[in-house]
Design a protein around this ligand. Structure first.
Ligand code: ZN
Length: 417
């Protein structure tokens, strides 16, 4: 389906969610003496239910109808919204299904002055509509709307918005050169993710060092070092002691259109005597039992914070498998190898220092991502190093060198240098 005429500003000013006004307008248009409206209202489409599945990086919305709905959809910004306009529709939807979840901050619906219905899905941040289809139900009667949305940057949302405006010709969206000047060439962007935070303290060393504090201190140091060159934009998923869901960390990376996502950790490991830095990338099969155990523990972070973790819906599980096949994964592998080489020149490494497992925090489909265990708090020598400013400075320097090497390879590949 295509986009239909719209104008963000105009739509927004016409559309107000005032229940009394809408009730009056709806009653007015439903009056039998109003010929056309009453004919249309005679047999309204019925929305039977509304379902959402996914997380803060990707959601699928499915709405079931008793018969085929004729719809149009478009985006609005401030806040980022997906608007679906339907014919006069009887909304037999359970209010609890509309509650904020994952990438969706809220869902509302109402009646427009012309008697048609509108459903508004508000994003937690910018997003892209990857598909929006009306499908006939294979089993049973009726039709369903299936919409897939995924976390994106404001720039991507704005681009989708301007393409939509250009498609319809209903607004002065400017020509292509305007758009280019509006979105200047981006700098290489790194998102640093200090592991754990808030109620999730992470691991604890024998001398009482807490992982969430080490990761934050190191991340700040790394950010400063990367920023020194003036070549990169550097962001952090958190810069204080707050708890962040794993999928929100991924969403933040996508929001900044990161070229690289580096999650910083310093966990404990059950094997005595194991120490040194390790670089992890994502995989559906773990490289070894320790990597698997570590990923399992990291993935429990949300549950530690009292968030109910439901088993992933098939669409979400697919993402991990799909991701392995993409170019992103080869970038992650390439950065991990560079990082291992650089860290090897300055700090001690574990045996087989590039390992892999199914870390949820590394699953951004289009952001090369690694998780660095700087060392293991279960080892007293590693613990001492992790709180030593000299050691941390050397480690941050090595990671910065690896980022520089990776950024120049990527720039050559993209032809942007
Ligand atoms: Zn950790």
């Amino acid at each position: 389906m295509g986009l239909v005429a719209n104008n963000g500003k105009e739509e927004r000013s016409r559309w107000r969610f005032h229940p009394v006004v809408f009730a009056l307008l709806a009653a007015f248009f439903a009056l039998p003496w109003l010929g056309v409206a009453s004919a249309a209202a005679a047999e309204p489409v019925k929305a039977i239910d509304y379902n959402m599945a996914g997380d803060a990086t990707k959601m699928r919305i499915v709405i079931n109808f008793d018969h085929e709905p004729d719809l149009r959809w478009f985006l609005l910004r401030g806040p980022n919204r997906l608007v679906i306009d339907l014919p006069a529709t009887k909304m037999a939807i359970d209010a609890k299904d509309l509650k904020a979840r994952g990438l969706v901050r809220g869902v509302r619906y109402g009646v427009l002055p012309n008697g048609s219905s509108r459903l508004v899905v508000t994003g937690k941040g910018p997003f892209l509509v990857e598909r929006l289809d009306v499908l006939k139900n294979e089993e049973g009667a009726g039709y369903r709307i299936v919409a897939d949305i995924s976390a994106a940057s404001e720039r991507e949302f704005d681009e989708a918005l301007s393409v939509q405006a250009e498609t319809t010709g209903s607004t002065v969206a400017g020509n292509k050169s305007d758009r280019v000047s509006k979105f200047p060439l981006r700098r290489f962007t790194i998102v640093i993710d200090p592991g754990h935070g808030g109620v999730d303290g992470g691991a604890e060393g024998l001398s009482g060092t807490v992982e969430k504090e080490v990761t934050l201190a190191f991340a700040k140091e790394l950010k400063d070092k990367l920023s020194e060159s003036g070549k990169y934009d550097v962001f952090m998923t958190r810069d204080d002691d707050t708890f962040l869901r794993l999928d929100d960390r991924v969403r933040i990376a996508r929001q900044h259109e990161a070229d690289l996502f580096i999650s910083i950790h310093a966990d404990t490991i059950s094997l005595k005597g194991i120490r040194g830095a390790t670089v992890y990338t994502v995989s559906d099969k773990a490289s070894d039992a320790e990597a698997q155990a570590l990923a399992d523990r990291e993935n429990l972070s949300d549950r530690l914070a009292g968030i109910e973790v439901k088993s992933d819906s098939p669409e979400v599980t697919d993402i991990l498998i799909d991701l392995i096949r993409r170019e992103t994964h080869s970038f992650s592998m390439s950065f991990a190898n560079t990082l291992v080489d650089e860290l090897g020149t300055s700090v001690g490494l574990i045996n087989n220092p590039h390992r892999f497992a199914g870390f949820r925090v590394l699953k951004a489909p289009d952001v090369p991502s690694v998780l660095v265990e700087l060392g293991y708090l279960s080892n007293p020598k590693d613990e001492a190093q992790l709180i030593d400013p000299d050691w941390r400075g050397k480690a941050a320097e090595s990671i910065t060198n690896a980022v520089a090497a990776f950024a120049s390879v990527k720039a050559a590949k993209d032809g942007t240098f």
